[in-house]
Write a protein that binds this ligand. Structure first.
Ligand SMILES: Nc1ncnc2c1ncn2[C@@H]1O[C@H](COP(=O)(O)OP(=O)(O)O)[C@@H](O)[C@H]1O
Ligand SMILES: [Mg+2]
Length: 240
């Protein structure tokens, strides 16, 4: 079945070993300020693709940065493959980040680097680092599956916004992360490119058990994932 065909949404599975397990997350940017997140609970199973949606300002990005150990949490508990992020040292946070592929709406590619250079640099996260020929093989296949196979040697200024975004997606995937946190990854993509990204996500989830948490407003994607979680005003208001 193609990833573009409709999938019946599943109920949140009951599993002991969640890939991501956030409990009672409350967070404020300033001491006196209002909470941006209020008692948020969210658990995602290995191999599950979950969409996080809701109005701008709901707290989606803030929650993603806490789960990704990009920001230090204040209260509650977040476990990533069982490892508690609360109280983790800077070094511990960096170790957790290595197991995650991050995709942001703004691609943040370096102007001087070709797509291959960018992927090659991302592979420095692997231990051991595979030989260059293997990186080339993997990188070419990944760009091909994202519909930009001809752009291996292109630099950002030679690519459209959507092509750059797909290089950024390849960069997040190439080192084989166990979790992908994607914040509006398809916002600059047309339908075909969005479809290829979803296919790659689905393949990673089904074949490798990769867990994917993705922020999007695109309602057409809702029936292609396992679960849709809606946030409003710092709270989770519905799950389906
Ligand atoms: N670095 C920051 N400092 C202070 N307030 C912030 C910061 N980042 C986001 N906020 C505020 O937190 C709230 C949630 O933002 P965000 O998590 O980006 O929401 P979403 O991703 O759902 O649009 C908003 O009111 C936003 O203005
Ligand atoms: Mg956001």
């Amino acid at each position: 079945m193609s990833a573009l065909e409709s999938r019946a949404p599943l109920r949140a599975p009951v599993v002991a070993d969640w890939a991501i397990e956030a409990r009672g997350i409350t967070f404020s940017f300033t001491r006196a300020g209002p909470p941006i997140l209020l008692d948020v609970d969210l658990a995602v199973a290995p191999g599950e693709i979950v969409i996080l949606t809701g109005p701008s300002g709901a707290g989606k990005t803030t929650l993603m940065t806490l789960i990704g150990a990009l920001r230090t949490m204040q209260s509650g508990s977040i476990r990533v493959f069982g490892e508690e992020l609360a109280g983790l040292s800077g070094r511990g946070q960096r170790e957790v980040r290595k197991r995650i592929g991050f995709i942001f709406q703004d691609h943040n590619l370096f102007d001087a680097l070709t797509a291959f250079d960018t992927l090659n640099l991302a592979m420095k996260l692997c231990d051991p680092i595979p030989p260059r020929a293997e990186i080339l093989r993997r990188g070419s296949a990944l760009l091909e599956s994202l519909g930009i196979g001809d752009y291996l040697k292109s630099r950002p200024h030679e690519m459209s916004t959507g092509q750059k975004q797909r290089v950024a997606i390849a960069r997040a995937l190439i080192h084989g992360p166990r979790i992908i946190l994607a914040d509006e990854p398809t916002a600059s993509l047309d339908r075909d490119s969005t479809g290829s990204v979803l296919s790659v996500f689905r393949e990673r989830a089904d074949r490798d058990g990769v867990t994917i948490l993705m922020v999007t407003h695109d309602t057409q994607l809702f029936d292609q994932v396992d679960r849709v979680v809606r946030m409003e005003d710092g709270r989770i208001v519905s799950t389906r």
